[in-house]
Design a binder for this molecule. Structure first.
Ligand code: MLT
Length: 186
């Protein structure tokens, strides 16, 4: 499992989620290497919800290459990485899916946005994606969550979209839904 934290987080944040979802899985947890006022992130943004697209593309490639290197260094199966990301971490995981057909085997995206628009996605046939969204999320509107689902589905991915009646926070209900989804897909 590849763990990708939210803005201001660290590589420690999502460890409890990984143990809950799959206690047997090997875990690679990464800290975002971009700092915004001291807060780690995975790519730069111009303002809240407005991404620095050039940096997003650069950091996505950098993370993809890091996964190649880490798979060799730690001897894990490069083709069998399931990402778990929250917020900014979900956005870079989404960006890996948007740019590379073989970066991830699947992903659990907690409160992701559409990382880029107007690009042709690679073939994502066989990829399983769980999206956890909040009906009152001020950072990601319900329309944007639906848009992300259809963009991924149009590229061939199997997508489950889970709604909780909350905002941008990660709820226990959402974690339980992601866990049930993981158990039935892996
Ligand atoms: C982002 O910048 O990735 C999103 O606005 C989510 C966040 O980190 O607040």
């Amino acid at each position: 499992m590849l763990l990708l934290h939210g803005t201001g987080g660290t590589e420690h944040d999502l460890i409890p989620l990984a143990s809950r979802i799959d206690p047997e899985a090997n875990v690679l947890s990464v800290r975002g290497n971009v700092l915004e006022n001291g807060m780690p992130r995975f790519f730069r943004r111009l303002s809240e919800g407005v991404f620095d697209e050039a940096d997003l593309i650069f950091r996505t490639q950098e993370l993809n290459e890091f996964l190649d290197e880490a798979a060799e260094k730690y001897s894990f199966d490069r083709q069998n990485i399931v990402a778990i990301g929250y917020s900014n971490g979900a956005n870079i995981a989404g960006s890996l899916l948007f740019h590379y057909s073989d970066a991830l085997a699947g992903a659990i995206l907690h409160h992701p946005m559409v990382p880029r628009r107007g690009v042709k996605l690679p073939d994502l046939t066989g990829k399983n994606v769980f999206i956890g969204a909040g009906t009152n999320d001020p950072i990601c509107s319900p329309e944007e969550s639906e848009e992300l689902k259809s963009l991924l589905e149009n590229a061939g991915a199997n997508v489950e979209l889970f709604w909780d009646n909350m905002g941008h926070q990660l709820t226990m209900r959402e974690v339980e839904a992601a866990s049930a989804w993981y158990t039935s897909n892996y």
